[in-house]
Write a protein that binds this ligand. Structure first.
Ligand code: ATP
Length: 568
């Protein structure tokens, strides 16, 4: 097929702003494209040279493009530059100049779409010293073989400025119309595209095999799968309406998502959330995956976290320092990482996309030998929203940003934000306008990140009628690392060997360390709910430490005040 056919389509597309019309123009055109050219045409309609994730970069400096236009048009570089500035578009400048080019410079022979595509790839693959000249020369040869209008689009493609308004979804719509006669079949193409985000492959499959070509469409190791995303809810309780069976609850780690592929030759490729290749940034992770995951080939997903010497998570900003091209080895030792594996998409020739999450998890556990570097995400299985909330608090205490609640029967919904995953983050918690002054009754020994200090405090309110302190909530969030570290010192003089006389606490809430009820802290919260676990009979949900108060224990928030706030 001649490149000029595509140029005609570019011209038609440029004239319309209507998405519908674009789809029709493309659908009509696709019908006329030979099946062996369709993948190239699909990429080129998007101004691309391959799948989005392949990110083929032409690497032509603007200066080299100007040089090539000058050479092809037989004018000076200064003239080209002047015209580019005037037109504000190098493509239009090239077109203007080539319209006037001397006939002697026009070689005979047509430019096929194949040659066009190959030469652009050659430009992309040329590197090293003198490569800008080589690239520019290839561009000249292309400019000499196109029409003036062709030069307009060629230059825009080369500069990554085609911007026709055509997106991947427009191409999928047009392919569905062209090859099945019905736009609604795009759903099938889109499903396949989510598993294999490559319009060239989708175009070739539908053109050569029709819809049945997608029947056995599956994960291909080395080709990223579009990532599944999580829905959100307004209230925590809504989650149990969306997932009506037991729930799998995992920590929501604040790191970088990765999809790791191991090919049959042992090579490991890492893809980011945006499907960029990030293998070179994490040579340590490549090594760990090769060492600790027992499978010949696999596709698995997890979150990369920066960790400290004890294996505790460090903030996202620390991990971001690993996003670099240079000094990678230095940063590998400076900022160690850990992978929390939370999903499995493929292993040893079998796609796990359609299998329920419980099966994917079971297999993941079998494949991973325990190490500090590759670990399976921590999780609980429960049907109680109270336990979900408790796990949420625990995850916050460990320094994570929340939880992801998952449907154990749910499949992996590639590229979809569906209800099989629901996130609940600390930022979602809406706070009551009133705060509470709580007496600290005791503390719980910290684990993980909070090892060596207290993990949470037990807060109580004052029952003025009986002159007693009743437990109201566990306070684990709102304390920064510094405040946490100094808790044992701050409370040292208040530690008592057993429960103080005026303090009432249910057995299941008993702290590891009791304090004489003297210190008062101000706490915010989201809601007051009935609770059999606390002697106050009610509890504060999502409590968050605000500050220490200079108040006596008897000046703390009272049972009466809490009741008043609940409208009783
Ligand atoms: P957010 O900014 O809330 O992360 P997002 O749109 O980037 O939003 P979401 O779909 O909301 O992504 O949340 C899923 C993200 O959470 C994943 O992309 C992943 O990086 C991260 N994550 C952390 N822990 C888990 C986990 N256990 N399971 C799934 N995703 C997790």
């Amino acid at each position: 097929m001649n490149f000029e056919k595509l140029v005609e389509i570019y011209m038609q597309l440029e004239k319309t702003a209507s998405g519908n019309e674009m789809r029709q123009i493309l659908a009509e055109f696709f019908k006329s494209v030979p099946k062996d050219d369709i993948h190239i045409v699909a990429y080129l309609t998007l101004g691309k040279l391959g799948a989005e994730y392949e990110d083929v970069v032409l690497g032509l400096a603007e200066k080299s493009v100007v040089k090539a236009i000058a050479k092809a048009a037989g004018v000076s570089e200064a003239k080209v530059k002047e015209l580019v500035d005037k037109r504000g578009d190098a493509g239009l400048a090239a077109e203007d100049l080539l319209k006037k080019k001397p006939m002697t410079l026009v070689p005979v022979g047509e430019l096929t779409i194949h040659e066009f595509f190959e030469k652009l790839h050659k430009i992309a693959n040329t590197d090293g010293s003198g490569s800008q000249d080589t690239k520019a020369n290839i561009l000249v040869s292309l400019l000499q073989k196109t029409s003036a209008a062709g030069a307009r689009y060629l230059i825009r493609i080369v500069l990554g400025q085609l911007r026709m308004g055509v997106a991947e979804m427009t191409v999928l719509d047009a392919l569905a119309i062209a090859y099945t006669g019905e736009k609604k079949n795009k759903e099938i193409l889109e499903y396949a595209y989510n598993i294999s985000p490559d319009v060239g492959i989708i175009a070739e499959t539908i053109a050569k095999n029709g819809l049945k070509g997608f029947d056995h469409f599956s994960v291909q190791v080395g080709r990223p799968v579009k990532m599944m995303l999580a829905q959100r809810v307004e209230e925590l309780e809504e989650i149990s309406k969306k997932i009506e069976c037991e729930m799998i609850v995992e920590g929501k780690y604040d790191g970088e998502r990765v999809q790791a592929h191991k090919l049959s030759d042992g090579k490991i490729i890492l893809f980011s959330r945006r499907l960029d290749t990030i293998t070179d940034q994490f040579p340590d992770l490549v090594e760990y995956l090769g060492k600790y995951v027992k499978a010949k080939t696999f596709v698995l997903e997890g979150e990369i976290l920066a960790i400290d010497a004890e294996g505790n998570p460090l903030p996202f900003q620390t991990l971001m320092q690993r996003r670099r091209k240079y000094d990678v080895a230095e940063y590998v030792s400076k900022i160690p990482i850990q992978l929390k594996v939370f999903d499995l998409l493929y292993v040893d020739g079998v796609s796990y996309l359609d299998k329920p999450l419980v099966d994917r998890e079971k297999k993941t556990k079998q494949m991973i030998s325990s190490s500090g570097q590759v670990v399976v995400a921590e999780r609980i299985v429960t049907s109680s929203i109270d336990e979900v909330e408790e796990f949420f608090q625990k995850m916050l205490e460990r320094g994570y940003e929340g939880i992801i609640v998952k449907n154990p029967q749910g499949e992996y919904q590639a590229g979809t934000r569906g209800w099989n995953w629901i996130k609940w983050k600390k930022d979602y918690v809406k706070e009551l306008s009133d705060t509470f002054d709580l007496v600290v009754l005791g503390a719980y020994i910290g684990r993980g990140r909070r090892h060596g200090t207290y993990g949470a405090l037990l807060g109580g309110i004052y029952d003025e009628k009986n002159d007693e302190f009743l437990s109201f909530c566990k306070i684990g969030t709102g304390l920064n690392d510094e405040m946490l570290a100094e808790l044992p010192t701050r409370f040292k003089e208040y530690v008592v060997g057993k429960k103080p006389a005026r303090v009432k606490v249910e057995k299941i809430m008993e702290p590891d360390v009791w304090f004489s009820p003297e210190i008062v802290v101000e706490v915010s919260g989201a809601e007051i709910t009935q609770s059999p676990s606390h002697t106050a009979g009610v509890a504060l949900r999502f409590p968050r430490f605000l500050r220490y108060r200079e108040k006596s224990a008897e000046q703390a928030t009272t049972v009466k005040e809490v009741k008043g706030m609940m409208g009783k």
